[in-house]
Design a protein around this ligand. Structure first.
Ligand code: ADP
Ligand code: MG
Length: 260
């Protein structure tokens, strides 16, 4: 098995004026290719800080980090940008799409920053990524012409288009209702079934049930690391939820008929 994330004794201390904020206090973590990890923990426990370090958005105070076989611990800022483009796909709570810009253009954008030109045909690759998330028929729609769930799927397509080693998602369902959340989780599960490593932050236990492994953080440390038993299958839950909705509508309808 291939280790995609190997973190040892990671410490991150933010200096705010005279005060040192110990956001991470020695985190050790190994994630293998093909895992689906949920990171949980109360607000302020260090989840986003850890995600930012895994995603090479920030540098640790000390400790080491090997990402997909590359030691990124002592890289320069420039190298960081390159390694991000090459290895990481980000999905955020607020979608972070450009308005008045089509789904296709939003997905193509990261490829225009990629100086390695690894992807030969950016437009074709973007259409394929949108098709993978079920939006092949919405490529010319702008964010305001899409539902929240569809916008998040565009963001997932944008994360996918670089063929990253890992997808990192920080509270990706935080702005979505429960049914739409399960739709988005179905996509993460499907991508994970295809071999993509997924690391997702959530504070909702229901959401973590769709992962394979759950890590709990507290005060800048990992305090629990466990396999998800009775893992939820988003496709099955979606089918059930839709069936229940239809039954509820039918029963409302019959109530209406019977009361006439
Ligand atoms: P979580 O995502 O679990 O809510 P964070 O990683 O955002 O937690 O924050 C962990 C701790 O680090 C908190 O005490 C927070 O206030 C602090 N923190 C986060 N980012 C910064 C920053 N840029 N500057 C100073 N302190 C920060
Ligand atoms: Mg956070």
């Amino acid at each position: 098995m291939k280790t995609v994330i190997e973190i040892k004794k990671l410490i991150k201390t933010y200096q705010v004026g005279d005060i040192a904020v110990h956001a991470l206090r020695g985190v050790n973590l190994a994630v293998q290719e093909g895992e689906f990890v949920a990171i949980m923990g109360a607000s302020g426990s260090g989840k986003s800080t850890l995600m930012n370090l895994i995603g090479c958005l920030d540098v640790p105070t000390s400790g080491s980090y090997i990402l997909d076989g590359k030691d990124v611990t002592s890289m320069s800022k420039n190298d960081y940008a390159n390694i991000r483009n090459e290895k990481i796909g980000f999905v955020f709570q607020g979608f972070n799409l450009l308005s008045r810009t089509t789904a296709l253009e939003n997905v193509e954008l990261p490829l225009s920053y990629d100086r390695s030109m690894r992807i030969e045909n950016p437009k074709q690759a973007s259409i394929e990524a949108l098709t993978r998330v079920g939006l092949g028929d919405r490529i010319d729609h702008q964010p305001n012409q899409l539902s929240g769930g569809q916008q998040q799927r565009v963001a997932i397509a944008r994360a996918l288009v670089n063929q990253p080693a890992i997808i990192l998602a920080d509270e990706p369902t935080g702005n979505l209702d429960s049914l739409t959340s399960i739709e988005v989780l179905a996509i993460f599960q499907e991508l994970n079934n295809q071999g993509i490593t997924v690391v997702l932050v959530t504070h909702e236990p229901d959401i973590a049930m769709y992962a394979k492994r759950v890590i709990k953080m507290q005060d800048g440390q990992i305090v629990r690391d466990s396999i998800v038993e009775n893992r939820h299958d988003a496709f099955i839950d979606l089918a059930k939820a839709k069936q229940e909705k239809i039954q509820a509508e039918q029963s409302d309808f019959l109530d209406g008929v019977n009361s006439k």
